[in-house]
Each structure stands twice: as C-alpha cells, then as structure tokens.
Design a protein around this ligand. Structure first.
Ligand SMILES: [Zn+2]
Length: 366
C-alpha cells in the first residue's frame, strides 16, 4: 500500500527501473508491453501508451482507477490498463504486474492450447493461456480474468496470439515470473519443434536512401540483391530503410513456406495480414517482385530470408524483430500440427489500427 507522495514518486521510479531490467534481459522491446504497480485497493500506477522505455520519466507514469479506469493528468495510460485492473481486482495479493510480448511465451500461445505443460529446472509447471481478443478491448481483460479465476495459483498467464501477463507481490517476483515463463516456454517449444530455435535479427544486405540514392551497408552487395532493393524503393515510395533479416527462423520459412498468415497480432499490425513467400514453382528464380505490396512490410526472398522495410530505421527494425518472432511461431505451429491463427477480420483490424495511429503520430511530428 502506497500512502504518501514520497512513496508514490519512489514507486514511479521503481517502475522505470524495472522496465530497464526487463529491456536488459530482452523481455521488453521498443514501446511494446507495459508495467504497473498497485497503490491501494482502488488505484494503480501504469506506464504510458506509446513512449519508449528509455524516454520514460516519473511524471509520465499514470495513476489509474481500478474500478472505472479513469486516470489523472494529460498523459494517456497504456491501452492495456483494463487487463491490469482486472488482475488487481481478482488477485488481491498482486502488487506488481508486467505485460510483455516476450518471444517464446508469445509463440507458445499460438498453438491453440488452453494450457501449456512444461518445466522449469526440475519443476513441472502449467501455464494457462487466456483466449484471444483484440488488444485494448474489454473482451481481452475479461479473457485474462477468466484464466486467472480458473487457475488461481498461477502468477503468469499467456495471452493467446499476443503476449504474457505476470504478477507478484513485488516487482522482483513479477519479473522472476516473466523470466521463468520464458525459459519454460523455450523448453516447451524445443520439445515441440525437436530443435532449439534462437531468436534475434541477423542482418544480411541492408540499405537506406540518402538524397534519393541507395546506400548499401555492405559495399559488395551482389547485383541480384541490388535489383530487389531498387525494386522495393521503386514500388514503395514510403520506404527509406531496408533491413535484410537472415535469422535462423526467417531463413527456415524462406526455404519451406509459401504463405504466412498472422499467428501473432503484432505481425498483423506491423507486417501485414497475408505474406507470400516466392517459390521456384511460382516465380522465376524465386524473384517474385509481385510480392512487393503496399501494406506488406516484409519481402521474402526464396531461401534468402526477408527484406524488412520501413520509413525509418526504427520502423524497419521493428518489422525485422516481429518477423523473426512470427517465423518462430509459424515453425512451432507447423511442427505441432495445429495452431490458432488470427481471423482475417482481426488481422485487418490490427493492420488498419496501426496505420491510423502511425499516421497520427507522423502528423504530430510534422
Ligand atoms: Zn501487448
């Protein structure tokens, strides 16, 4: 329980400190995810919406009412505040909550299972999976609440096709839960896939535009690759950066798949709702320039990874990160034999929402 202003300021600083810890261990990236701390039975503090963790200051942490979600001040709280409020209402023992889009737990949540049976060290554990609903909706908070009620002893829950929510009586306990869940889900996926999949972005031939000219990161970029870059910039006037992602998972998909539908909602949001992968059967030499489309931000190359595009370096890198995770999910579902995909309606909704909020952001910058 936080009772005075001094404690409130300390709690805000603690939230920022914990966000840095989670970034350092790779469980939080960019603006994705959010953290909160209970103040008392009626209020909690939460990170704001759409601000990078490295830019956070204590004044940006928002005080939200658990019962009606109203908040104090001009800064908009995280759009996932309803999920946090639901957890605090149901779990009176929870004082700190962490919501992440961590890789392995998010991917484990795409297989269509209601719970994940796995292990951490020598301990067998069960991780509940809350049913999917679009981010920021009351339905999503309700689904998380249902899973929590059904599994009252679980301090960590996977949100299907999205991420995780982990809680504890302290920040330390919530962070430990998130870390434990990631290791346990990594173990789980290694068993499902019969191979250990590493995540990350591995750059091949990247480039960017400077005064209308293409600048290649690697001077001796092959002519075949340059042709793809030229064609992307020609067909996509909005693109200024191309990051060639050759991570293990992206390479595997570029060799074996022909089409990707979103298994994770950030994939639908940032990459697109239908991504084709060229194959020898469809395109000459796997060079399918017709895969360069207006609202698809990853251009696969047969057996050569994918070109992730954006109007800024940050945007292209976000696509590269989300594509790698999406490919791990895709491989997991293929090896598992089944999975739960986002519906076309949900995918389109995610994609439009992103473009709308993105253009709003661009307007603000202007
Ligand atoms: Zn989220």
């Amino acid at each position: 329980m936080i009772t005075d202003e001094k404690e409130l300021l300390l709690a805000k600083k603690k939230i920022i400190e914990v966000s840095r810890v989670l970034q350092d261990v790779g469980l939080l990236v960019r603006t994705w995810g959010n953290l909160s701390q209970r103040i008392d039975e009626n209020y909690f503090l939460i990170t704001p919406s759409g601000i990078k963790y490295e830019d956070l200051t204590p004044e940006m942490i928002v005080k939200v009412n658990i019962n009606d979600l109203s908040y104090e001040g001009d800064i908009v709280p995280s759009s996932e505040k309803a999920v946090h409020a639901e957890c605090y209402r149901i779990r009176k023992d929870a004082d700190f909550i962490v919501h992440t889009h961590q890789v392995y737990a998010s991917c484990a949540g795409t297989l269509g299972l209601k719970k994940i049976h796995t292990y951490f060290d020598d301990e067998d554990i069960v991780i509940p999976v809350a049913a999917y609903a679009l981010p920021g909706t009351a339905k999503l908070a309700e689904n998380v609440g249902l899973a929590l009620t059904k599994f009252p002893d679980s301090n960590g829950i996977i949100m299907a096709n999205h991420g995780t929510v982990c809680m504890g009586e302290s920040a330390k306990a919530a962070v430990f839960e998130a870390e434990k869940m990631e290791v346990a889900c990594h173990n789980f996926l290694a068993d499902v896939c019969k191979t250990d999949m590493n995540h990350g972005v591995e750059e091949g031939f990247s480039s960017h535009l400077e005064n209308g000219e293409i600048v290649y990161d690697i001077p001796d970029t092959p002519a075949r690759v340059k042709e793809i870059h030229r064609e992307i910039y020609r067909r996509r006037p909005d693109v200024r950066y191309i990051i060639h992602n050759k991570s293990e998972a992206v390479m595997t998909v570029s060799r074996r798949a022909s089409h990707m539908r979103p298994l994770l909602d950030d994939f639908a949001q940032l990459i697109g709702y239908s991504v084709k992968i060229p194959s020898n059967e469809h395109g000459k030499d796997g060079l399918s320039f017709h895969n360069i489309k207006k609202n698809v931000n990853a251009v696969f190359s047969l057996n050569d990874g994918a070109y992730c595009v954006g109007s800024t370096y940050d945007d292209a890198m976000a696509v590269a990160i989300v594509l790698d995770k999406g490919c791990i999910a895709y491989i997991s579902v293929m090896r598992n034999g089944e999975g739960h995909y986002l519906s076309l309606w949900e995918s389109i909704k995610m994609n439009r929402h992103y473009r709308k909020s993105y253009s709003k952001l661009a307007d603000l910058k202007r």
